[in-house]
Design a protein around this ligand. Structure first.
Ligand SMILES: [Zn+2]
Length: 431
């Protein structure tokens, strides 16, 4: 198994649960990680798994203890942290127990509202982003907003904090923006453990996800610095392996914070120098330091540095990102392609794409194939089929070499779509 595949296995929570500290703290992987704390007076849960794994996690909790869940904390409102609560509620109802206190940041309510408004759209983008692991029937695969559970205790505002004590153990919650605007992280001083939610997730931070809304690089870096001040001995990330030992915790938090500062400050500096996105992106790619490239906790298996450059630019900039007025109100790309094909025929473009492909310049080859594909009405079926096949071949190679799960899925989805088009066209040509 390659390093990135192995890392992704952990990221997806495909590893056994772990008990640590005094034997009363547990990490229960269920896609994302659920943390369980046992106290004399009941249980504290930090996050719940995805809905499909809710029963599994519930059973694991009940193998450990029969105590009531007294507090349920949502690190944020994403489908893999705040939706797998049903078996717990069912048990409460059956046993006539008191509903636990449910804690979230006030912005989680806005998020749940948004999920209801954009239900089908989110179902679609998540089916794209998680295509390689999505259930075949697609139904309810990710978010089911009708089942969201609103918190009964809200952290309010940007500097929000909330502490409670259960069974003599203090639980301190902090809000900081990062992957989302509703993030909460937990510090349990007596156990010396931090639960980060997705502010740390065993990959380069998921900032600049191509499908998702704006994220917050500077706030994120500062949140990790606040966590560093705790000098924790144990760290439960939102996804992936549990981190143990003060030095390891410090290393994971500090290198991630440093990488976020690096991308943030680098983009800001170049914006101030009057540069446009293309220049900023390529300059930032050229200066990405080896110490980040080589660090295991920053491996680009889910989020990646390339996406982070986009995220930071987008945070401070509008959509007009080239500085070229041609792009302000552009013509349709297929009209441009048709004009290009009037100057030089499609075969010449495709041959040029083939020669670039043979030199392993896959990205440039794709741009030339796209001229042929977009100029469809000027291209005969045989040539069009050749272009589809070449594009599919190049994308397959790119998908195989791509470390980021999200990028791989985007590319592989296109390969599947091309396969369908190729099949239909081949059938047409046989007739
Ligand atoms: Zn997550």
């Amino acid at each position: 198994m390659s390093g990135s595949k192995e890392g992704m296995k952990f990221w997806l929570g495909m590893y056994p649960s772990v008990t640590f500290a005094d034997g009363k703290c547990h990490i229960l992987p269920g896609f994302g990680n659920t943390a369980l704390f046992e106290t004399e007076l009941g249980l504290v849960l930090f996050d719940v798994p995805i809905r499909q794994l809710a029963q599994k996690t519930f059973n694991e909790v009940r193998d450990i203890t029969n105590k009531q869940v007294k507090y349920l904390i949502f690190s944020h409102g994403h489908f893999d942290h705040a939706f797998g609560f049903e078996p717990f509620l069912k048990e409460i109802e059956e046993k006539g127990w008191e509903i636990p206190k449910i804690i979230g940041h006030e912005n989680i309510l806005r998020r749940f509202k948004k999920y209801k408004m954009l239900d089908q759209y989110h179902e679609w983008i998540n089916s794209q982003q998680f295509a390689s692991i999505a259930p075949k029937d697609k139904k309810g695969s990710t978010i089911s907003p009708e089942y969201s559970l609103d918190p009964s205790i809200l952290l309010v505002g940007n500097e929000a904090k909330y502490s409670f004590n259960l069974g003599g153990i203090d639980f301190d919650l902090y809000h900081d923006k990062g992957e989302t605007d509703d993030s909460i992280w937990l510090w349990v001083p007596e156990k010396e453990v931090i639960c980060t939610g997705d502010l740390l997730l065993s990959s380069f931070p998921n900032i600049g996800n191509p499908y998702k809304v704006q994220r917050y690089p500077l706030d994120w870096a500062l949140a990790l610095e606040k966590m560093l001040e705790k000098d924790a001995k144990f760290l439960i990330p939102g996804h992936g392996k549990f981190i143990e030992g003060r030095e390891n915790v410090k290393d994971a938090l500090s290198i991630t914070s440093e990488a976020l500062h690096f991308v943030h400050d680098g983009v800001v500096k170049r914006l101030n120098e009057g540069k446009w996105f293309e220049q900023i992106y390529h300059e930032m790619m050229d200066i990405f330091p080896d110490k980040f490239k080589k660090h295991r906790i920053l491996s680009p298996i889910y989020g990646c540095y390339r996406f982070a450059i986009h995220a930071t630019y987008r945070l401070y900039h509008g959509w007009y990102d080239t500085g070229n007025p041609t792009d302000l109100f552009p013509a349709k790309s297929n009209e441009i392609a048709i004009e290009l094909l009037q100057i030089t025929d499609a075969r010449t473009y495709l041959n040029h794409a083939i020669s670039l492909f043979e030199k392993d310049d896959y990205q440039l080859a794709l741009h030339f194939i796209d001229i042929v594909l977009k100029g469809r009405e000027k291209v005969n079926d045989d040539l069009y089929l050749d272009a589809l096949i070449l594009k599919s071949k190049i994308l397959k190679k790119k998908a195989t070499a791509e470390p980021s799960f999200i990028a791989t899925n985007i590319i592989s989805n296109a390969v599947n779509q091309l396969k369908g088009e190729i099949k239909v066209l081949k059938q047409k040509l046989v007739k």
